[in-house]
Design a protein around this ligand. Sequence first.
Ligand code: FES
Ligand SMILES: [Fe+2]
Length: 364
Amino acid sequence: MSEDLVLFRDDRGRPGLLGLHCSHRLTSLYYGRVEDGGIRCPFHGWLYDVAGHCLEQPAEPEGSTFRERIRHPSYPCEELGGLIFAYLGPPVQRPLLPRYEFLVREDGTRKADFYPINSNYLQNLEGALDTVHFPYLHMDNWSEAKHKLATMSKPTVAFEEADYGIWQTTIYPIGSRSSRGPLLTSFFMPAGFYRVQEARWVGFTHHYQSWYVPQDDEHTLRFQVGFAPFDAEGRGYVWPEDDEFPYPGPQNDYFRDYEHVDTISGIPVNAPGTAIKGFLCQDSMVNESQGPLVNRALEHLGATDTVLMAMRKMMLDAIGEVAQHHDPKHIIRDTVQNENVFVREVGAAEAGLTRATTAGSQRR
Ligand code: FES
Ligand SMILES: [Fe+2]
């Protein structure tokens, strides 16, 4: 949101999200020291707690009340499912943090991670919801597969509005996905994406929930939580450790290698023996190369892009609601409603894995 912030844990373990620059003379609190109930600026030792109160100003005269008049920017934080969520809106309108099923379920294992993207959050979110791209961008053995496309059915996308956003089912005609059933995905307001993936080769269903967080208009952090329910024997899926690898970009040509790789992009889907994450590189390449902030006036949307139109309309409606001082879609204020967000949808999603054509209509 174009604000420079520092996130820290105080000596009681509470997360605090504060304005990056010290209220005194603007030194970065990134270089601060965590101690004595807060974070201490290295320049003159001012100490701030997680709520932005200034607790100490060591150089000010004895008995000074100056520190009580300092209001350092701070945002409330809550931890859930391995992520720290912050609320950056007006305090009086603060809603509940949705207790998404994959963040709170205890009958499985979970893993959280994030990575940076050099373009606007919304075009990357649209790239996720644009599931039709999967068998093209992410298709291996392209030079053979493309000859089969003409004889196959077209990908079909069914979607409907849900109380949190959009529920979507995609059925693919070609490639490895078709043997795994439909792809079940959701857009949830305002900047989230969810997909369920049956990872038969490891014997677990994986649920992924992602947030495309705008750092500014042209930079995004994608946070993701993966959740795998225990299998029938009660065993937990062991999430692989992430290998360090350089983030894809023009500086490394997104790891394109047409000599050895048979995809449209030349980026490997899988790159055994390396830490390269093919899907991530492919997605970043297509959504960054649209431009730092895509010019939608120049698009030509086709029949399979209707879900994007529905999503954009939903966002515009939400902006209209906020302008009228109403809650936009997917604001939860009721603790009972918030006990478990998504349960019904996921039940249908898991059933939907074996009911390809009815998953959308069964859900609600
Ligand atoms: S600049 Fe931070 S204490 Fe002076
Ligand atoms: Fe993708």
